[in-house]
Design a protein around this ligand. Structure first.
Ligand code: MLT
Length: 413
């Protein structure tokens, strides 16, 4: 008899964005006339920029000619892309990252999901709440948690992110081994300043812990005082892995390209206390399980680092940030407390109502889709996340619709 992984039935429910899609599909089946506006999943709507498309096309042409055809890409990614990343995203900010410490992949989701394979089954894991569900679910699948009860899995150390701490977790009193952080944050849109991030790096070094730093939304930072990479913080090279993505930065959600920085100075220990290079382990994992990102996609990604590419790419995040301002202005004016949206494409809104009831009511009354805060953890109950990834026209239309039904929404519960 073939038996399943006994950890899968522990998963609390379907993947958050699958559940949203299911509810939206049911609504559309019932109300074929409704024009649904999606401010739920953070999926980009603007097309790839001209410079990116040109580089993509040129590389496809190369693949069609015998002299320039290429087979499997190098295991860790093409040098032209890793060098462009190291120089522009890190060295230009005074962060010491070498091209050889960058590993190209198909997504920050897959990398943040897969990285836990490198660690022992009984490590202590700190998870912010609310949080991007992938960090939790992949540890559940790997058997690192107990059962799900009252909105939380046994065995994880949850770090409450609330209005009291401006949605930025503090290092825990107890010792943990692995810490997930994401800034600008998904889902709250909160950002972390240098001082607080330094506190985390110091904690991790003291505890011989590792920080998994998800910076997939870094291109939305406009406040120059904020750190744009954890490697701007002294000591981070010894205790942090950083995840980045071209998805939100350059509109690559459908094109797929991302990278993970694993400094060669980052180590973890085995049961006998022997040190192991995390870069070596991650390279070993990727070369065994992954065959890389295609040449045209890596060329397309590298094009964002050309002068033209930089300008165009900045234009993409400027546009979504403009949408976020429209959302914040409206929700503020309707009397909802909000955070995020200034250095982030997400606005986190306190509704005070049960998150899924609010979701259903907004869908039924205004045909607007948001993400219920409780889908990100129990501290998200009473909140919703609004994504700025849509056209300006549709965001404005959604805000108008919400304004019209605001009275009914307040009664949601
Ligand atoms: C989100 O809406 O949180 C993101 O689109 C999820 C993702 O990037 O995988």
């Amino acid at each position: 008899m073939i038996r399943i992984n006994p950890n899968y039935p522990k998963l609390s429910s379907s993947y958050l964005f699958s559940e949203i899609s299911r509810r939206v599909a049911a609504f559309k089946a019932e109300r074929a006339d409704a024009t649904v506006i999606n401010m739920g999943v953070g999926d980009v709507t603007l097309p790839l920029t001209p410079t990116v498309v040109q580089a993509f096309r040129r590389a496809v042409d190369e693949m069609g000619k015998a002299e320039t055809f290429r087979g499997y890409p190098p295991e860790l990614g093409y040098e032209f892309l890793r060098s462009a990343i190291a120089e522009n995203d890190f060295q230009a900010r005074g962060a010491d990252v070498d091209p050889d410490e960058i590993v190209i992949s198909d997504g920050a989701k897959s990398d943040t999901a897969n990285i836990q394979e490198l660690f022992a089954g009984d490590i202590r894991i700190a998870i912010p709440d609310p949080v991007y569900p992938v960090y939790v679910d992949t540890n559940v699948m790997a058997g690192r948690t107990g059962p799900y009860r009252d909105g939380r899995y046994g065995g994880l150390i949850y770090l409450d992110c609330t209005e009291d701490n401006q949605f930025i977790p503090e290092p825990p009193k107890s010792r943990v081994d692995l810490i997930y952080l994401c800034f600008p944050n998904n889902p709250t849109g909160a950002t972390i300043d240098r001082g607080r991030l330094t506190g985390w790096v110091e904690y991790a070094r003291g505890a011989r812990a590792l920080i998994l730093y998800d910076a997939a939304y870094v291109s939305f930072i406009r406040d120059e005082s904020l750190p744009q990479t954890i490697y701007e913080i002294p000591g981070a090279r010894e205790c942090a892995i950083e995840f980045r993505s071209f998805s939100k930065t350059a509109g690559f959600t459908g094109t797929r390209c991302a990278f993970t920085v694993v400094p060669k100075t980052c180590v973890a220990w085995d049961a006998e206390g022997r040190e192991h290079s995390l870069h070596a382990l991650w390279s070993r994992r990727q070369s065994t399980k992954f065959n890389g990102v295609s040449y045209p996609v890596q060329r397309a990604a590298a094009a964002i680092y050309t002068p033209e590419g930089k300008k165009e790419t900045r234009g993409l995040s400027d546009y979504y940030l403009g949408n976020a301002r429209v959302v914040r202005r409206k929700m503020d004016s309707l009397g909802f407390a909000c955070v995020g949206g200034d250095n982030s494409p997400y606005v986190w809104v306190r509704t005070g109502a049960d998150s899924w009831s609010f979701f259903d009511r907004l869908l039924r009354t205004a045909a607007v889709v948001i993400t219920p805060g409780s889908g990100f953890g129990s501290c998200g109950e009473g909140y919703i996340r609004m994504s700025a990834f849509n056209s300006r026209e549709l965001v404005e239309e959604a805000m108008e619709r919400i304004g019209r039904v605001a009275g009914e929404l307040r009664g949601a519960d």
